[in-house]
Design a protein around this ligand. Structure first.
Ligand code: PLP
Length: 374
């Protein structure tokens, strides 16, 4: 693992188990979403594991991410759910990567490239039904009909994205669903039937079956995290990634002494302090200073003082056996205790998505392979 004792363990057997648990929530095709390097878990090992589970199509946010997957798995279908520059159309066509299209200009560039390469380019139409991000808006169906008339294009799919599917109250999500259905129906009336409609993210897969259409887009829950505090607790998901380090230094400081930049922690009594070689450059968010917790010897220990770029200090007075080399669990299980990205996110008012994506490239990923024979 190199010099520094800091690493993330990615359990691909847990990934499999999450996939099959989530599969019981839908009869439709699942497109795993592996953007942002599979939410920080590593796109290639995740894709490989999910192909073995039966997944045939993957979604990413960027062309670069699609190219990375296509380089290793040329036969798997990869779609870019985010925006793609029209200037990248040649690459899309050559590599048979499916873009999400939300302007006529983009579609024309794709069509031109497809004509030049004498190929048919597949695409999915993005519709903005209330997310307010990208997509054709209700009323712009005529633009999609123009795209349908361009040469060498195949409109394989049409999709939209929910703004509030992770809330208990689905009122707005139902309104988006209606708008999406109307959009598709309008196209159908004008003679354009698009075979694959998709809308559901993890939250909608779990609690909004009416939105599953022909395909669902499964992201965060694959990685064992619930889409929100309200949704997904019943699925029995287990986090795929844990994050560990080993203690590099242990000392006692006297009452009145301080720890780290700005002296924001001052000992109220003789305090045992352990140092770990991980900091905000690794994605251990500085906002966790003086409030986040980690596990050591199966017990919770609080981060004291400001988190530095590469190092962090822990209060271990009540865990007297702590010594240099001991295992520290930043995310994951130790004995009966567990720290999840969801809990860490709650401490600093963000979401688990940001916590796992934020574990930086500097933290090596160690893969635990799926069990044999399943
Ligand atoms: C990220 C993303 C998803 C996956 O969402 P999760 O909440 O992680 O399941 C689905 N669709 C689009 C368009 C996305 O950007």
């Amino acid at each position: 693992m190199g010099g520094r004792p800091v690493w993330a363990e990615v359990n691909l057997q847990t990934l499999r188990e999450n996939y099959f648990k989530l599969k019981t929530y839908t009869q439709r095709e699942i497109m795993p979403i592996v953007k942002a390097d599979a939410y920080g878990h590593g796109a290639i090992p995740v894709v490989k594991t999910l192909i073995a589970c039966g997944a045939k199509r993957f979604g990413v946010a960027l062309l670069e991410e699609a190219l990375e997957i296509k380089a290793i798995f040329p036969d798997v279908s990869v779609m870019v759910i985010g925006a793609t520059d029209p200037q990248e159309s040649d690459t899309l066509v050559k590599k048979e990567i499916i873009p999400g299209i939300f302007s006529l200009e983009q579609a024309k560039a794709l069509s031109d490239a497809a004509v030049r390469f004498k190929k048919t380019a597949k695409l999915h139409i993005k519709v903005d039904t209330g997310m307010g991000r990208i997509g054709f808006r209700p009323g712009e169906e005529a633009e999609v009909l123009k795209i349908a008339n361009l040469p060498n294009l195949l409109i394989e799919g049409i999709f939209t994205h929910f703004a509030t599917a992770d809330q208990k109250d689905l009122t707005f999500a139902r309104r988006q669903l209606k708008a999406f259905e109307s959009f598709c129906d309008e196209l159908k009336m004008k003679g354009l039937t698009i075979p694959i409609r998709h809308a559901a993210n993890s939250a909608a897969i779990i609690q909004f079956p009416e939105s599953h259409f022909e395909l669902v887009r499964l992201g965060i829950s694959l990685y064992g995290l619930t889409p929100s505090a309200q949704i997904g607790g019943e699925v029995g998901l287990e986090p795929v990634m844990s994050w560990k380090a080993r203690v590099t230094h242990v000392k006692s400081i006297s009452k009145g002494e301080t720890v780290s930049y700005g002296r924001t922690f001052q000992a109220a009594y003789t305090t045992k302090v352990a140092t770990i070689p991980v900091g905000y450059a690794d994605g251990l968010r500085r906002a966790l200073s003086n409030q986040g917790e980690v596990l050591i010897h199966g017990r919770r220990s609080t981060i004291i003082g400001r988190i530095c770029m590469d190092q962090t200090m822990l209060e271990v007075t009540k865990i007297p056996e702590v010594k240099v080399g001991d295992l520290v669990t930043i995310l994951g299980r130790d004995g009966h205790e567990q720290l999840t990205a969801t809990e860490m996110a709650d401490w600093i008012e963000t979401i688990s998505y940001e916590v796992v994506c934020g574990i930086s490239k500097r933290v090596p990923r160690i893969y635990i392979e799926p069990a044999e024979g399943n």
